[in-house]
Ligand binder design. Structure first.
Ligand code: SF4
Length: 357
């Protein structure tokens, strides 16, 4: 034991297990190592850099939009990607892309955070709104449909809004702040819902390569606790932490709580769920949806009309439940008065609740 170690131990401190010089400031949620802040910043950022390099997420010269909600994940993503881009000469042009769902008292406030991030990180910001794209705000939709299924509308519209915003920015890729906890939760939900098509692709670090704009998740293996309670907190990043006022999503909430319980007992559980998801082999007899384009708006769709057009048609016709659930609505060849159903199986678009995009 050297002199510095002895002094620290006498003062009741513990040395960082990486540099063995500075006082440990935290126990890493992912590995339970006791480390100092400086070493934490370094390993946190370098792990993300390694994920980017190993998975070839970006190519030099690419234009990348960062899905920015003002929440902790996307704020940390914007900050870390800017840092890594400079430090490792990725040669990327980075942009912030936000969606204004039209939720008074929530998104208007969080967008103010994104506007500050635009100045703080020097990244150009583009905001696309549901009102401009679809003619409806979420406030208006909730007024019509109530608080059941609102996240289905929001999730479907957001997915398409991000693609439309990305194409306006003429970017090559969209990077989102989905973290390891989100991925583990989505794997679990897809198993619980028997959604094999989504199960087979929800673990991919890059998706949509056959669509208009590929999406990637640089935080695929990054723990939420490290993003929020550690990195964002220690770095004093400016993010918005209020939950959406329309966030019901009880089913996803149960899955989330279950994963948090597992993590408390065994921190590796999150990575192990992801690993299991990555190694699932989907039976060749499983019918997968065929990708085409929506006859109405031209957006990618495995049906005659894309989900956003079906939902929009329902809203505009005063039949808001049209298209909720599987195999219902206009795509089933039923032109009107479709039997209304409740519940949804669509979780691809990260129906957020407390989550970022
Ligand atoms: Fe939209 Fe998320 Fe709010 Fe649901 S919780 S209404 S998906 S912002």
């Amino acid at each position: 034991m050297d002199e510095a170690d002895t002094k620290l131990r006498k003062a009741g401190g513990r040395l960082c297990c990486i540099c063995n010089q500075r006082r440990a400031a935290l126990k890493r949620p992912k590995t339970l190592e006791q480390i100092c802040r400086e070493c934490f910043y370094e390993v946190f950022e370098e792990e993300i850099h390694q994920v980017i390099v190993d998975n070839q997420l970006f190519k030099p010269g690419e234009r990348i939009a960062i899905g920015a909600s003002g929440g902790k994940d996307s704020t940390v993503l914007a900050y870390v990607l800017s840092e890594l881009n400079r430090r490792h000469n990725y040669g990327l042009d980075l942009f912030l892309l936000s969606v204004d769902e039209g939720i008074t008292g929530y998104r208007d406030d969080s967008l103010e955070t994104v506007k500050r991030n635009e100045m703080q990180y020097g990244l150009p910001l583009k905001i696309v709104s549901y009102k401009d794209l679809y003619g409806w705000t979420m406030d208006e939709i909730v007024k019509m449909i109530g608080l059941k299924n609102n996240c289905t509308f929001c999730g479907v519209f957001r997915r398409q809004a991000l693609d439309r915003g990305a194409s306006l920015l003429e970017v090559d890729k969209l990077a989102t702040g989905h973290n390891a906890d989100d991925i583990a939760e989505t794997i679990l939900l897809n198993i619980l819902r028997g959604d094999i098509a989504r199960l087979s692709r929800c673990t991919s670090i890059t998706t949509g390569e056959d669509g208009p704009i590929p999406r990637c998740k640089p935080f695929k293996y990054t723990y939420e606790k490290e993003i929020m309670f550690t990195y964002a907190y220690f770095k004093r990043l400016d993010y918005f932490s209020t939950e959406c006022i329309y966030s019901p999503n009880a089913y996803r909430g149960f899955a989330r709580e279950f994963i948090k319980d597992l993590e408390r007992i065994r921190p590796r559980a999150i990575l192990d769920i992801i690993k299991s998801g990555e190694n699932f082999r989907i039976a060749t007899s499983t019918k997968m949806p065929e990708q085409g384009t929506c006859e109405r708006c031209g957006y990618i769709s495995s049906q005659k009309w894309c989900k956003a057009c079906v939902l929009l048609e329902g809203l505009n016709r005063g039949l808001p439940k049209l298209g909720i659930g599987r195999n219902k609505g206009l795509n089933n060849g039923r032109k009107k008065d479709v039997k209304q159903t409740s519940g949804t199986k669509s979780i691809e678009s990260k129906q957020c609740g407390t989550l970022d995009f």
